[in-house]
Design a protein around this ligand. Structure first.
Ligand code: ATP
Length: 457
């Protein structure tokens, strides 16, 4: 295991990431023309590609590479009894304090204890209110009548959609324990404090996998999933000295959980949760049995029809939080010349090629003399297999820099020699090395480079 860092040493800051994200079309403030909407963000052309690829990598890992995990896409609106059974109506609260003077709002567990004890605002020194519980679920009404009978919630986690479908999936897909159900989707939380860009938002996406196991085998499966989730980030090319485990102490552990570990990432603002691996016991299915009156027991037909309520090992990752992690992890600034010019430095996003929004950029050295036409032909050929960008505007060095900043791992440049001998220049983002490759071999070469990619910085 890589030695973890004590403090952040990377080149990213939240300001730089936020401004690059806007400049290059990764992430925009929601409803910006109206002054923005707190806690919500829009994913632009590069951002949606990155988010989709991160989701795709997780989906492949869970459903394609595991024979015993299937997918699900449950509705955001669920029967309100779901949230009584899950405990969210009663317990999904954060402790809230307000400053009477400057009106700032804080989560009581996120301000220094001495401020809380002295009821003193950490920002202006004014007096704080008593702590009160604030439910994080967004509540709305379904149908035309706005009465208590029509209350419905936006789901605060995707997991419950999995639990209420667990019997359907056993029956329809003949699943046998141990097995898992994976789901990616939106979740909503009325967070008291949303800051740090897309780290904590009111509307976000989760990637959750619930693994159903026989009671007694839960500790073993818990350790197994911890191992698998750690290995996953390593394969994605994430800097492993920026990841660590954090075990929930008795005061953090949810009342239903037997054990819980977070994978934390070292963001520019410090170590923060990226994903949780939880042993949720048989709590959720037991509660749904009680609240729905439906039998949630598993019948083990291979074992004399033994009946039990399975234990659940959950791996719960934020998709949008993963986007922020991957942006921070990839961000680098590098001195590439020493001429005293602005462009001595480049900003580069070192995405794993399988995650990069654009895999290959096709660049004719000149627009004239048939080079643009040749480049267009190559672009059309590569499009079948890769996400391709085409850029013919400006000096070639500038164009490389633009691609570096978008995290494009490969550039293909078409020059006069290409017309003569059918070779093109393949430029690598990380090393800036350039080699000549026959254009007929480009697709195979790119495939091989993606497969064998190793992060060098
Ligand atoms: P916290 O204590 O920080 O509020 P949590 O422990 O309640 O978070 P979980 O309920 O375990 O978080 O959610 C699982 C994952 O979903 C988190 O690891 C995180 O990646 C993501 N997540 C949770 N809340 C948010 C949010 N408001 N915005 C973005 N991602 C979130």
């Amino acid at each position: 295991m890589a030695e973890q860092l004590n403090e952040y040493q990377g080149k990213a800051t939240m300001e730089k990431i936020t401004s690059l994200a806007k400049r290059r079309g990764f992430v925009f403030q929601s409803s910006e023309i109206y002054g923005g909407q707190n806690g919500a963000w829009d994913y632009g052309p590069l951002g949606i590609e990155l988010k989709n690829r991160i989701a795709g990598a997780w989906w492949k890992e869970m459903t394609q590479l595991n024979d015993d995990i299937v997918g699900l896409d449950a509705a955001i609106l669920m029967h309100p009894r779901t949230w009584e059974a899950s405990g969210h109506v009663e317990n999904f609260t954060d402790p809230l304090v307000d400053c009477k003077k400057c009106k700032a709002r804080f989560r009581a567990d996120m301000i220094p204890e001495e401020n809380l004890a002295a009821k003193k605002c950490p920002e202006c020194g004014g007096e704080l209110t008593d702590t009160r519980k604030f439910n994080l679920m967004f509540k709305t009404h379904i149908g035309p009548a706005e009465d208590t009978a029509s209350i419905i919630y936006l789901r605060p986690e995707t997991a419950q959609g999995i639990y209420v479908n667990y019997k359907n999936i056993i029956q329809s897909n003949r699943m046998k324990i141990p097995f898992g159900i994976a789901q990616i989707g939106k979740a909503f939380r009325n967070e008291i404090v949303t800051k740090n860009f897309i780290f904590r938002t009111c509307e976000f996406e989760q990637m959750e996998m619930q693994f159903f196991v026989k009671p007694g085998s839960d500790d073993e499966w818990f350790n197994e999933w911890k191992k698998r989730r750690w290995a996953y980030y390593d394969r994605l090319g994430v800097k492993m000295d920026h990841l660590r485990w954090h075990q929930h102490g008795p005061d953090e552990l949810a009342h239903y959980a037997k054990d819980a570990y977070d994978i934390q990432y070292l963001f520019p603002m410090g170590w923060r949760e990226l994903e949780g691996v939880h042993n949720r016991t048989n709590y959720d299915l037991t509660r749904h049995t009680q609240f729905s009156g439906k039998d949630m027991q598993y019948i083990d037909q291979d074992n004399n029809n033994e009946r039990y309520i399975p234990y659940i090992i959950e791996t719960s990752a934020g998709l949008t939080r993963n986007v922020l992690m991957i942006l921070c992890d990839a961000y680098d600034e590098e001195q590439v010349a020493d001429k005293g010019n602005d462009d001595d430095w480049r900003t580069v996003l070192r995405f794993h090629p399988s995650l990069a929004p654009v895999t290959v950029a096709v660049l004719p050295l000149m627009k004239k003399d048939g080079l643009a036409e040749l480049a267009q032909d190559i672009r059309h050929e590569l499009k079948e297999d890769f996400a391709v960008d085409y850029d013919q505007a400006g000096a070639i060095g500038r164009r490389y820099r633009r691609q570096d900043e978008a995290g494009t791992p490969f550039c293909v440049t078409i020059d006069y020699q290409s017309k003569e001998d059918g070779t093109v220049t393949l430029r690598f983002r990380d090393s800036m090395e350039q080699i000549r490759v026959p254009k007929s071999e480009l697709t195979a070469r790119l495939r091989q480079e993606i497969k064998e990619y190793k992060r060098i910085k």
